[in-house]
Design a protein around this ligand. Sequence first.
Ligand SMILES: *Cc1c(COP(=O)(O)O)cnc(C)c1O
Length: 388
Amino acid sequence: MKIERAERLKRLPPYLFVEIDKAKKKARDEGRDIIDLGIGDPDIPTPNFIIDALNRAARDPKNHRYPLDQGLPEFRQEAAKWLQKRFGVAFDPDTEIYPLIGSKEGIAHIPLAFVNPGDYVLVPDPCYPPYKSGTWFAGGEVLLMPLRCENRFLPDLKAINHAQMHRIKMIFINYPNNPTSAVCDKRFLAEVVEFAKKHNIIICHDAAYSEIAFDGFKSLSIFEIDGAKDVAIEFHSLSKTFNMTGWRIGFAAGNKELVAGLAKVKSNIDSGVFFAVQWAGVAALKNYDKHINTVLRIYEERRNLLVDGLLSLGWKVEKPKATFYVWTRIPPRYTSAAFAKELLEKCDIIATPGNGFGENGEGYIRFALTVDKKRIKEAIVRIKDRLV
Ligand SMILES: *Cc1c(COP(=O)(O)O)cnc(C)c1O
């Protein structure tokens, strides 16, 4: 039998990181000492108090059954409390909050609830890939919003083609931003809310990096804008905040009809987040204040080391205010892919070529601050000595 993949899979663009992955594996097999600044996955372990909460909950047979749909009331209540404390916004834990198997899951599924075949979805470019693939899986068309340095990596809503406006169903935004590490201000979010209301467009705000911010910067929830709850849903993740990427837990918060639509899709696909992981999530959110500064200090030191190091080599880099990425231009004689290859071949350093996140990422490279200070210092020495 000839096995044919469905058109929706076939139309996904080739996975641009495959070549780098292969090269990385080859280099490791050759016994080379690779510094991996490629992946956005914290190297810092999950705090013990969270592991203890999981342990306790895992031993309780009550938690061994299907968690289903809304899951544990305590998790939703704790999420609502955290949102209230952190952003000053009130949510009804029963109708406006929903647990997710990691925020990626919710992000990838939300178009299935609201996008009809042929509808347009506005997606920033470069971006986190599920905005595009989720749209395509729902039969929607992606309309790219270029993120450009001269516009501080914010999309230009005025540049959106008016002739297409009536077919636009949804917009994805993501601040603090992966991969550009850009942040946004209240004025921008207000502009997005006004735009969405005027044109009847659903806002999906990906807030995965809301807590990874430096120099006193506090990132915003879209719900700090009046009226946002009429049009928006926000995706929160425990992954980056609490070093819990492998645990798979996050939550959606926002307009109750948007939450209910997502819930309907999910109830037909998954059966919820393991109760013990939700209890671990309760412990995490409860102890946010005690935990967060430890993490931020670590990333801030790494950020300073990497950026100051690159500056000392004559690179033009800015210190990001948020996320654990450094997004920087590469020398004009290279493509992003060629530069990433050069870094790997000559310096045994992995970084992610900007074009892997979309065509507008060409000319950039992303370094993830997910190795310790010693390795970052070593990376700078290697770039200085080996890359001319
Ligand atoms: C890491 C990441 C997420 C989601 O992570 P989960 O582990 O699925 O919660 C979402 N958006 C962006 C931009 C990310 O980088």
